[in-house]
Design a binder for this molecule. Structure first.
Ligand code: ZN
Length: 168
């Protein structure tokens, strides 16, 4: 397995809309494994392929306390949603910033697993938030898009400054 580089806001590649995975082959399985390793290494609870500059509909998550329950969703689709919940979100592509975002409280999602088998998952709380956040990445959308332009620009300016100082 290998650790992949995570793109950071405002990198334009994060705005790419991901395409459907047509076949869950060895390449996709390796991508899933690398993404899980990258997520754990970055101490995140979720990661979308978009964030590692692979524009396929693949997301991984682990909201468990012991980080021993990775979940992979390929071609995820939300088939039901209800309720509204506001919670603080962060993102490995927007490091160091946490802001409140409103999401559906409860969702039902359909996807393929790492073996290419179809399954359904019902999620609430952090897992529901995480799935919605990661699915947004596949559409080229970031949690900062839900904030006011003032807040978003302030975050962009701070990250630009950090990236400049890193020579990125
Ligand atoms: Zn994110």
């Amino acid at each position: 397995m290998s650790i992949l580089t995570i793109l950071e806001f405002p990198d334009k590649r994060l705005r790419t809309v991901a395409s459907e995975v047509e076949q869950v082959d060895a390449g996709i399985k390796k991508l899933v494994d690398d993404m899980i390793e990258t997520m754990y290494s970055a101490k995140g609870v979720g990661l979308a392929a978009t964030q590692v500059n692979v524009h396929k509909r693949v997301i991984v998550m682990d909201v468990s306390e012991n980080k021993d329950n990775p979940i992979c969703l390929i071609n995820p689709q939300i088939v039901a949603r209800d309720g509204v919940e506001e919670s603080e979100e962060g993102c490995l592509s927007v490091p160091g910033f946490f802001e409140k975002v409103s999401r559906a409280e409860h969702i039902k999602v359909k996807a393929l697993d790492r073996n290419g088998d179809s399954f359904e998952l019902e999620a609430r709380d952090l897992l529901a938030v995480c799935i919605q956040h990661e699915m947004d990445h596949l559409e080229g959308k970031l949690f900062v898009d839900y904030l006011s332009p003032f807040k978003r620009n302030r975050i962009k300016a701070k990250l630009d400054k950090i990236h400049r100082s890193q020579g990125a």
